[in-house]
Design a protein around this ligand. Sequence first.
Ligand SMILES: N[C@@H](CCC(=O)N[C@@H](CS)C(=O)NCC(=O)O)C(=O)O
Length: 145
Amino acid sequence: MILHGYWRSGASYRVRIALALKGVGYDLAAHDLRKGEQKTPDYLALNPQGMVPALQDGDRVLIQSPAILEWLEETHPAPPLLPSAPDDRAVVRAMCALIGCDIHPLNNLRVLKALRAEFGADQAAIDAWAAGWIAPGFDALQALV
Ligand SMILES: N[C@@H](CCC(=O)N[C@@H](CS)C(=O)NCC(=O)O)C(=O)O
């Protein structure tokens, strides 16, 4: 397998953690997001969304970390990523959604770039924006933990 990712990508980290936990071997293809390497024609042919991660397994290319994690769970069930009891599973899924839906997308590179380019935000404003979503999100995550 080839994991297309980037060292600063939290979404790629999710997949790296799952691959490591499950003992699945892979090669890493790095795409420097700061240089826009996720938008090259070659990479867009793999992932039309132009984002990392993407997991390539032969001719199959999986995108979107939740879909990749679920695929890994289904194809490599041991050790499991989720606990066995439905109530516990719901808590873990809530934690995933909290991060993946409510914190991370608001602080993505393309969002921060848009704040700068389209709304004239300087670095201080961008930092305040990020902190304004991350801090309450982490407070809630801490409470769940
Ligand atoms: N929902 C996607 C999010 C992927 C994502 O946000 N990737 C970021 C890096 S963590 C990215 O590729 N950003 C490129 C950009 O913003 O141009 C997933 O979970 O895989």
